[in-house]
Design a protein around this ligand. Structure first.
Ligand code: AHR
Length: 629
């Protein structure tokens, strides 16, 4: 192999490797969003879903106040009928609650009591066996709605604990927004995120964060589409919506899957900022999911949708003199988020999409010519639907085309050259959702196995080699709860306490941490290395750190010795750092019990002689790093 570090062939965008986030597989509610109470505001289809009562001393009624509070129409009234006897309200959490010994938990409730009522609460966490592992008392007095809070400290850990609210004293209490958060969230923010999960994202040093999806942007029908304006401000006013993935695929049944929007657009922007990623919001284009109802907004009725897009840009980038910029400051973030790009539509297609896109495009470019628009070309990378959209949007001067591919591992190994012939003067490419499927798209049997991850690593050499066209790429979906998922494979799996990165996660992470700033030629017999003898490779330099970075994927079952004739090798330090992901078993996986079966192993290699000679294991992905002297 020859490498010439002085001959740059493409600049690698800082955004190259990023994150796709969607509330699928309990990725947000029940996952990243650290709220432990399910259905805290009684807005699920069954208003008491997730709740149970115990003891005969009380009655719970759901009160409908939709005429006053359409955004949060349900509260409960708990009537305690006598001074003696027992009554408890129990919340089961999202497949239980993960509780850690020694950790503090912040309980809160919005409530009011009848004037003659004297009800006291005991708040407890009980483990799977019913043992109390945290307890405190709370007196929610007052006849007008107010927030009452109490802190609990856990004396033991539990993976599937429950929240018990026990009532003492005769009377009647109205309750809403019953909430329990761990004290330690990411950056210890109130209404915060699960720190272990955010850390996994931060560790990837992602170039961008795409949110909030995915199909949930579209909704099954337009009334359940994602509307960002309803996801900011006081969490009590964020209107809950059924999740588009509710019971989808009937695998791990999730009839209890709603969006509380506690993780809303403000939190997404702040998360992007926290982890150093460019924010990439995707907005509904006036079309519901075409895999479901395909409901359409008439072209003449599109104004509110377009206005949402314009207002979002102002929310992110506007100064204090603007309506939406001022609101951002009032919500605690006076500094601008510096939004540079925005998606219009997700996996929409056909003339209806093109017609709606043109209206958005015209309005956004007229007011914000520098904001790049991400345009969907769908899930059909080799099909007629893709070709039609690709041709149409190129002719319309689109900035960035968002391609999705969920395909067999073989497809990924066979497509390392996919972008070699793309027009260098046309739109940039965003490989916005991709993942090798071990069985078939959306099959519940798909595995995050090594064959899939290795094939993605092979394919990604082609993304990087074509970095002059491919500006961004993200694996999808991102998260999955082991007890409540709809889609496999997924990048990061978790239960209520722990999480692990799949082999695919480590592939993404290694690419992101070692992307470099510019591609340089790595050739075999004057050709790019795109699968000859089962080998895929690419090289880049990092101008900021003066490093040469080689990515080398061996998809064969044999060891390989690679000799790299690096021009100017003597300019580099004589020791290379080698990071390897490897398994002899293509069906190997990580799991909660064995989280690092496949994980990076780092070693040093002394360079002897005039070539860099590296022996790589069968089925391996190796990153070789040389630092200039
Ligand atoms: O990543 C899962 C789903 O796959 C996304 O919601 C959708 O965009 C795609 O079809």
């Amino acid at each position: 192999y020859t490498i010439d570090p002085a001959q740059i062939t493409a600049h690698i965008q800082p955004t190259m490797y990023g994150i796709f986030f969607e509330d699928i597989n309990m990725g947000a509610d029940g996952g990243l969003y650290a709220e432990l109470v399910k259905n805290r505001s009684f807005e699920f289809g069954d208003a008491l879903q997730g709740w149970k009562t115990e003891g005969g001393n009380g009655i719970v009624k759901v009160v409908d106040r939709s005429s006053e509070r359409a955004d949060n129409p349900h509260v409960i009234n708990v009537d305690i009928t006598s001074n003696s006897g027992a009554f408890s309200l129990i919340n089961e959490g999202f497949r239980g609650m993960g509780i850690k010994k020694g950790e503090g938990y912040n309980f809160s409730v919005l409530s009011k009591q009848a004037a003659d009522s004297k009800v006291k609460l005991t708040i407890e966490l009980r483990d799977e066996a019913g043992k109390v592992i945290a307890t405190t008392d709370l007196l929610p007095n007052g006849t007008t709605w107010a927030k009452h809070s109490a802190k609990l400290v856990a004396t033991a850990s539990a993976n599937k604990a429950k929240l018990y609210i026990s009532f003492k004293g005769k009377g009647s209490v109205d309750m809403d927004m019953i909430s329990l958060f761990p004290q330690h969230t990411w950056k210890n923010r109130a209404n915060g995120l699960r720190a272990d999960l955010v850390q996994k994202l931060a560790d990837m040093k992602p170039g961008f964060l795409r949110f909030p999806g995915g199909c949930i942007v579209e909704g099954r029908e337009l009334k359940t589409r994602y509307q960002w304006k309803k996801t900011i401000g006081d969490i009590d006013t964020r209107e809950n919506v059924i999740n588009r993935w509710n019971t989808e695929f009937k695998h791990r049944l999730t009839p209890d899957y709603y969006q509380s929007f506690g993780l809303g657009f403000m939190e997404y922007f702040m998360l992007s900022e926290d982890i150093g990623a460019e924010p990439l919001p995707i907005l509904n284009c006036g079309m519901a999911c075409q895999f479901n109802s395909g409901e359409l907004t008439e072209l003449g009725q599109l104004d509110p949708y377009v206005q949402d897009a314009l207002d979002l840009i102002e929310f992110a980038n506007g100064g204090p003199e603007t309506e939406w910029g001022k609101l951002r400051a009032q919500l605690g973030h006076p500094a601008k988020f510096n939004l540079k790009m925005l998606g219009v539509g997700n996996e929409n297609w056909g003339p209806n999409y093109i017609d709606r896109w043109k209206i958005f495009h015209k309005a956004i470019k007229a007011k914000y010519p520098d904001v790049k628009i991400v345009t969907s070309t769908g899930t059909d990378p080799d099909g007629a639907r893709f070709d039609t959209l690709n041709t149409a949007f190129r002719a319309l001067g689109a900035d960035i085309l968002d391609e999705h591919y969920y395909r067999a591992p073989k497809w990924f190994r066979g497509n390392a050259k996919r972008y070699d012939k793309y027009d260098r003067n046309g739109p940039k490419i965003f490989a916005g959702e991709y993942a090798a499927q071990s069985v078939a798209i959306a099959s519940p049997q798909n595995k995050n196995n090594w064959e899939c991850a290795l094939s993605e690593a092979a394919f990604m050499t082609g993304l990087e080699r074509n970095a002059d066209v491919v500006a961004m790429a993200s694996y999808a979906p991102l998260f999955a709860h082991v007890d409540a998922w709809q889609w496999t494979p997924d990048l990061i799996w978790f239960d209520n306490e722990h999480s692990y990165g799949t082999p695919n996660y480590y592939v993404q992470k290694l690419y992101s941490l070692n992307k470099g700033t510019d591609v340089v030629p790595l050739l075999l017999n004057d050709e790019a290395v795109t699968g000859q003898n089962g080998i895929f490779a690419t090289a880049s330099i990092d101008k900021k750190t003066n490093e040469l970075l080689i990515k080398f994927v061996n998809t064969t079952d044999a060891k390989q010795t690679a000799a790299f004739d690096v021009k100017g090798l003597a300019k580099y330090q004589p020791t290379a750092t080698i990071t390897t992901l490897q398994s002899n078993k293509l069906d190997a996986e990580n799991s909660l019990a064995n989280p690092v079966v496949i994980a990076p192993v780092v070693s040093q290699l002394k360079i002897a002689g005039k070539n860099l000679i590296v022996t790589v294991e069968p089925y391996s992905f190796t990153v070789i790093k040389l630092k200039a002297k």
